[in-house]
Design a protein around this ligand. Structure first.
Ligand code: HEC
Ligand code: HEC
Length: 324
């Protein structure tokens, strides 16, 4: 049974990958100087309709290179005074460690979790996100600006604390650039409004399994069956065409203070965005068992966990935090 499924998805993968390699020649995160930018390569027509501004959640890996709003090739951008900053933000977002080595480490770009450069439905999309801030942050227990949020992503999801003890500020080059990209993705969105596609990566409350009842061994069996084609048995990611899945644990992964180091948060990413050739095919429960397996693995330590959840205490799925 296990073998049959793996063979089938390998065959599917081969078809998808050969189509992808043949069809697209714009590697993600490629650095192109706006002044001598080549025209956008001829893309074949989309075999699916966009969901508003987003790549729909049900598309498989055929859509992995689809960036509906791509600042590198958008010529209307040239009219904006901060066009270069927006383009830098996009490059950092899609190629983080190469473009922002001073405040990130490891091998996971922002776009590994926020698929299609933050423009995919149910993969933590960020179109319109700037309009929703400032907002209360549960972990810090204070009001967050969008810059605060970006800074936290660098220090936790990008494991920035492995390379610097100094946190970036709202004026740091990288933060200014990412904010410019997210603001550009949020143009036309009214301040204070939450886009309808926001917050759709959560496992429904009534489907949450208590953390103590989750079974990492069952999660591991599911992982071996459904994920290792692309993520490898060691979880470090396999090259597929010019895409590579990021390390799910170990020194090159996000640190243990990141949102994705929480069982339910990680399950919510997996449930709707993975496995990449059949997103949405896992049950809520399966996604949680797999997340319990992944969060039982070692990953870099975020050194300031004692400053989080100070009043309320860590939530039950923040498994890398000691109970207070
Ligand atoms: C390992 C996966 C992962 C990576 C890598 C990652 N993020 Fe996130 N991001 C998340 C998750 C999960 C959330 C949802 C909130 C949470 O942390 O619980 C989130 C939330 C956000 C939000 C807030 C969204 C909202 O609706 O309020 C922003 C903005 C953001 N990320 C930007 C970034 C940027 C910029 C980077 C790279 C510097 C990045 N993220 C890297 C997983 C990731
Ligand atoms: C067909 C290949 C494929 C399969 C199968 C697959 N993934 Fe992925 N996964 C990827 C790729 C590629 C990315 C990076 C996304 C991108 O850059 O577009 C990714 C990203 C992720 C991420 C975000 C962080 C990171 O490390 O990149 C998580 C978490 C994840 N996958 C979990 C899973 C789990 C769990 C399964 C099995 C249920 C799974 N994936 C199956 C290809 C795959």
């Amino acid at each position: 049974m296990v073998v049959g499924l793996r063979t089938r998805s390998r065959a599917l993968l081969a078809v998808v990958v050969s189509t992808l390699i043949g069809a697209c020649s714009a590697p993600e995160g490629k650095t192109v100087r706006p002044s001598n930018r080549a025209p956008r390569p001829q893309m074949p027509p989309r075999p699916y309709a966009l969901a508003g501004p987003l790549v729909p959640a049900h598309t498989t890996m055929v859509s992995a290179w689809d960036i509906p709003a791509d600042p590198i090739y958008d010529e209307a951008l040239d009219a904006l005074p901060n066009a270069d900053t927006i383009r830098l933000g996009y490059r950092i977002f899609t190629n983080t460690q190469a473009e922002a080595p001073a405040i990130s480490s490891g091998k996971v770009s922002c776009s590994n979790c926020h698929l299609n450069a933050g423009q995919r439905e149910r993969a933590l999309p960020l179109v319109g996100v700037s309009a929703a801030y400032p907002e209360m942050n549960r972990r810090a227990e204070r009001l967050f600006t969008i810059e605060d949020r970006i800074i936290e992503c660098f220090m936790r999801s990008e494991n920035g604390t492995a390379v610097t003890t100094t946190f970036p500020t709202a004026d740091s080059r990288e933060v200014v650039a990412i904010k410019a990209y997210l603001d550009w993705l949020s143009r036309g969105h009214e301040k204070g409004q939450h886009p309808t596609w926001r917050g759709k990566n959560a496992i429904p409350q009534d489907k949450l399994v208590p953390v103590a009842k989750l079974n990492p061994a069952h999660g591991k069996a599911l992982f071996l069956e459904k994920c290792t084609n692309c993520h490898g048995e060691d979880g470090q990611g396999v090259q597929i065409g010019d895409k590579k899945a990021g390390p799910l644990w170990g020194l090159d992964s996000w640190n243990d203070g990141a949102g994705a180091a929480r069982v339910y948060t990680l399950a919510g990413i997996i449930r709707y965005a993975m496995p990449y050739l059949d997103p949405g095919s896992l049950t809520d429960e399966e996604a949680q068992h797999i997340a319990a397996f992944i969060t039982a693995q070692p990953r870099p330590a975020y050194p300031h966990k004692d400053r989080d959840y100070v009043k309320a205490g860590p939530p039950p799925d923040a498994v890398y935090y000691s109970k207070r």
